[in-house]
Design a protein around this ligand. Sequence first.
Ligand SMILES: [Zn+2]
Length: 597
Amino acid sequence: MRMVRAGSWLVLLLLISVFAAAQDSLSSSSTSSSEGQPAAAPAAAPAPVPAAATDTPSQSTQSLPPVAATLNDVLDRVVQREHYFMAQMRHMHPMVETYLQDLKNDSSGAAVPSKDQYFLGRLDMSDGPEDTSFTGQPGFGRRVVARLTGVYSLHFLPMGFAQMVILDSDFQKKYYNFSFVRREFLGEIRCLVIDVQPREGQKVPRFMGRIWVEDQDYNIVRFNGTYAPQPKINFFFHFDSWRLNMRPGTWLPAYVYSEESNMKTGLSKSLHFKAQTRLWGYDLKGLNKNEEFTQILVDSPQSVRDQSDAAADATPVVAERMWEKQAEDNAVERLQKIGLLAPAGELDKILCTVVNNLLITNNIDLQGDMRCRVLLTSPLESFTIGHTIVVSRGMLDVLPDEASLAMVLSHELAHIVLGHRLDTKLAFNDRMFFPDEDSFQRLDFKRSAADEEAADNKAMELLKNSPYRDKLGEAGLFLKALQEKAPDLPNLIRPHLGNGLASAKSVRMAAVLAAAPALDEKRLDQIAALPLGGRVKVDPWSDQVELSKAKSVPLASAREKMEFEITPFFPYLTRLSMGATDKVALTSSSSSTTQPK
Ligand SMILES: [Zn+2]
């Protein structure tokens, strides 16, 4: 076992993520125009593609396959691809998560979160956009019609946000006016940028805004705008919707950012919020591959023992361990299958490195293996399932440094070291037969208050012997910031499967909190917590997680700290190369997300 002594967690993570497949640098379009005569568009064809100011005419014609030499041809292809997209989406059942922060102006006039809302569900568009709720709010299971009716109510019905993955469920040229704007790169994807407006006299609300169309297959990869006309009773929000190239030739929704700053909704009420919607878990077939369990049968010490001494039954102690392990494996497997837990990967190893640092410096030899896994959701939570430590993506995002990560992991490790048991009812496989949307009710890894306190105390002991003991001030600052924001962000800190890191009244690891220096919001060099979404990147197809490669940028003002806040999405779009069907889609946050060390 190797120890990592110094350096920020981020640096460590970045080093490891170097192993990830390097992306080809920005390459020019490989589309060949040899078989056609791009310059010789038929004279009768209406509305030729205007040469963009940023492009020479020869480039713009060469980049297009001969069949789409005019804007009209391009639009035919776009409409065709969009109908194909809709047909595909009816068979897709990704997870959909929307996290929304209401904003208010603070004393300095800056917009800060004042409350928040959270929704997690699975999208089912087989009969229009609908989702199955995991979080149990009333009204979420309701079916809505496929047409774009007023689903974005004041109550932030989540299908309102899920709907924003659809431009128009019946996209037709005849409903819209189009005007070509320019060519533009999104990441390494060259796009045609086209403004889209519904024609006069449309009976149903339709998309109004701008679309980005990649110039090989003419898929829409981004659209930004709203639906119009606004209905009388409900409201359409503005949104910025992104699709990623997840399979060759297939672009599927991954991110939607929505924001309203002064939306009048009644006599006195006005809406002021920002919201992030993320989709993942598209490859349900892949997720349902039952690899986890077989791996564990091969890997576990018990099975090795079985092979070497086949005649012996398990001793009572070993039988008890095997029984607990079975419950643990069942739960981990189930969480991964339904798309809540990322498959085992590189990021888990990084978390394990930190845990090992704690184990080695405390001379602890855990009986049985220890695993770390990433929960794919935003709310800040961590918990243990037997010897598996689970940390949420949102938690990993906001932790500012390795010491605060070690603090979170030390508490979970303490549960393991203290032998706090997993409820072994999960060892009976029939207990796993429940609908996915009941997961939060059926899988519960909460600990008693007494266990929590014992774990906090043990964790302090572990930290004090560790290389992190001199850096607990930063971890304390994180807890202080969390304590300060907790009353305004109850949904971010509300755990769904384990115990909360904080409540409106108390914060975990009070001893670390008490020893923290003063929190100074104005100091640019004091980063107590990071914004959401800047660190962990989820592949929406395979659910694999990795570290974002985006470099941190110096903050221009204290306002840019945006602790625990959400920001717009700017993924770096890439195209899957032909033949590389197993390659994952890669995106990364852009500099819009600050990421200080
Ligand atoms: Zn705990």
